[in-house]
Design a protein around this ligand. Structure first.
Ligand SMILES: C[S@@+](CC[C@H](N)C(=O)[O-])C[C@H]1O[C@@H](n2cnc3c(N)ncnc32)[C@H](O)[C@@H]1O
Length: 220
């Protein structure tokens, strides 16, 4: 298994993988298939999948949102943790990448819980708000284009119930957010997002240093 967090020194990362990572054969197969793709680094780490699943269970979540599906690993983790009548609204723009996920969701027997919408996520979330779904969701995972994180956050916050949770991926961005010399669009957007939520009193915040950084925001 490759080292999944830049935050752990190599020896500790190997130990962590040994004692902290649980991955069923199906999840591991999806990881292996995705590893052959040039975009493989976009996939979440297995321990993040575990954390997302645990959060969904702790929340007793029934309605979830995912912004950024790729080959479906995080959706597989979340949907597997949902009850039989739960639903994950999964937003992505790639039919090709999500087709891989669909195969695994079907094999896991969770495909009936996933409503995949192939369209720019902002439009999908705005349509949910327009349809009167504000306050109807329990959990959201944001992991798509970094420059739109702030807008995804606002939409998801509107769609969440009080006490609902938003998890935002890549908020430590391999450390680049802390290097003022790095000023590309993604890094700048993540830095601005982190600064904004740090003082946003609408949410409780915990930036968990797992994988590439996962910010948890609980709606007050
Ligand atoms: C980092 S990957 C998601 C990884 C995924 N969560 C996983 O567990 O493997 C980001 C995804 O966001 C999608 N994406 C990029 N821009 C988007 C947009 N405007 N609307 C919806 N999805 C978008 C990409 O197609 C890509 O699949």
């Amino acid at each position: 298994m490759s080292r999944s967090s830049f935050l752990l020194p190599e020896g500790l990362a190997a130990y962590y993988a040994e004692v902290a990572v649980r991955e069923t054969p199906l999840f591991a197969e999806l990881r292996r298939e995705t590893a052959k793709m040039p975009q493989a680094a976009m996939q979440i780490a297995p321990e993040q999948g575990q954390l997302l699943a645990m959060l969904v269970q702790l929340l007793g979540a029934r309605r979830c949102i995912e912004v950024g599906v790729f080959t479906g690993y995080s959706a597989l983790a979340v949907a597997s943790a949902l009850p039989e009548d739960g639903e994950l609204l999964a937003c992505d723009v790639s039919a090709e990448w999500t087709a891989i996920g669909r195969r695994y969701w079907a094999r896991a027997g969770v495909d009936h819980k996933i409503r995949l919408v192939l369209a720019p996520a902002l439009g999908t979330l705005d349509a949910e708000i327009a349809a009167g779904k504000s306050g109807a969701y329990d959990f959201a995972f944001i992991d798509a284009d970094k420059t739109a994180y702030r807008e995804y956050f606002e939409r998801c916050l509107a769609l969440l119930r009080t006490g609902g949770l938003i998890a935002v991926d890549n908020t430590l961005w391999s450390g680049r957010v802390a290097d003022p010399g790095v000023v590309d669009a993604d890094t700048t957007a993540l830095r601005a997002f982190n600064a904004f939520v740090a003082s946003d009193q609408r949410v409780d915040l915990c930036l968990v240093p797992i994988a590439d950084g996962l910010t948890l925001l609980r709606k007050r």
